[in-house]
Design a binder for this molecule. Structure first.
Ligand code: F6R
Length: 369
């Protein structure tokens, strides 16, 4: 059933082009308008919401972070992202004008379920983004957007993560359509860009040998840092989480801009640092800011492992190793930049002789609070 792969995780990493394509499939009606699966929320309610709160745990919460950047940009609705277990126990300000989005692969995570119940008690509508049909969280929610990643067997989430991000983009575009934030042709253009992503993910997979090689060389590494900015920040957090879970190595993700506010003190000779570099074609000088960050850490002895977009030669003078990914719009880039980090964690853990499908102390779904 592993389809010739050494582990379920490796297989599921390679399933990602299909998982994203399937999550995008069949989402438009005859008129070309986006539709959700099981919508028991009145459209007038969705038009009048003034805030979105995303609740989730672990990797699913990082998908929520990506959702925040996209939905706020496209819909101009404030989006908060909160760990479900924190949300539940801090008396959050939510009401009937808040749309709560619960993201969960399994649909059974107790922390997320308790937060869903709490939000509904406060009068909020809850929309679930979930990979498991008929599971508890979608059953207890007012609407569902199913990810079609197929069953995820490996404990560490990979294809579910990319599918959750994809579903969140669809939700953002759906709300933009409903609330009139964007014209139909703008939505169609973004959908077209999204539909091009599975092929680009495949290209990243086809280029994976160099990242595997790097991972094997780093088998004895004891600490790896990950830096990202904008949507690259949740990608950095996810890269660090995968490495902790699978390889039991100390790993931390930071917002690149936060470096000088503390974490730069950690940089010493030989410290491995992944840097997720935003597209040089994007606006807002984000790219040059991150290039300066690479320069700063390199000058202090860091070994820099850079993920950059095809054609970005600005990174070359400061990168010990570069992994190039295809060009795409910045908001969609987590679908590409995450993949080398998944492969890195999987390969490094495998080189250490560890079972990547069943990491120690972890369960696939956490059904206790
Ligand atoms: C990380 C991982 C976990 C889950 C988290 C939420 O690889 O798998 O962090 O993402 O436990 O699980 P779900 O999505 O099932 O609610």
């Amino acid at each position: 059933e592993k389809g010739g792969f050494a582990s379920f995780m490796d297989k599921e990493i390679h399933d990602q082009p299909q998982a994203v394509a399937d999550t995008l499939l069949g989402r438009t009606d005859i008129a070309g308008r986006l539709v959700l699966d099981d919508l028991r929320i009145d459209e007038s309610v969705l038009r009048s919401i003034d805030k979105i709160v995303v609740i989730a745990c672990g990797t699913a919460a990082y998908a929520g972070h990506v959702a925040k950047y996209a939905i706020e940009h496209w819909c101009r609705i404030p989006v908060e992202v909160e760990l479900a277990h924190e949300f539940r126990y801090r008396d959050p300000v939510v009401n009937s004008r808040t749309l709560v989005v619960a993201i969960s692969q399994s649909g059974e995570t107790m922390d997320t379920l308790m937060a869903v119940r709490h939000a509904r008690e406060q009068g909020s509508k809850v929309l679930a983004i979930c990979n498991t049909h008929g599971s508890t969280i979608p059953r207890e929610s007012d609407a569902v957007l199913y990810t079609h990643a197929g069953p995820e067997i490996a404990v560490a989430s990979t294809k579910a993560f990319l599918s959750q991000i994809t579903a969140a983009y669809l939700l953002g575009l759906y709300l933009a359509q409903l609330r009139g934030n964007k014209f139909a042709d703008e939505i169609a253009e973004i959908l077209g860009q999204l539909r091009a992503m599975p092929d680009k993910i495949q290209q990243v997979l086809d280029r994976a040998e160099s990242i595997r090689q790097t991972a094997r060389e780093m088998v004895d590494t004891s600490s790896v840092l990950f830096l990202g900015r904008h949507v690259g920040f949740p990608v950095a957090l996810e890269g660090a989480l995968k490495l902790k879970e699978l390889a039991y190595i100390h790993a931390e993700g930071f917002a690149a801009g936060e470096l000088k506010h503390g974490p730069i003190a950690l940089i010493e000779e030989g410290q491995a640092v992944f840097v997720i570099v935003p597209s040089p074609r994007g606006r807002d000088s984000l790219h040059s800011k991150v290039i300066s960050n690479i320069q700063e850490i390199r000058a202090r002895g860091a070994r820099t492992l850079v993920i950059a977009e095809d054609g970005d030669t600005d990174v070359l003078p400061y990168a010990d190793v570069v992994f190039y990914v295809p060009q795409c719009p910045t908001l969609l880039s987590p679908l590409l930049a995450t993949v080398p980090l998944q492969i890195f964690a999987c390969e490094l853990a495998t080189s250490r002789g560890l079972d990547v499908d069943q990491p120690r102390n972890l369960a696939k779904s956490v059904t206790v609070e």
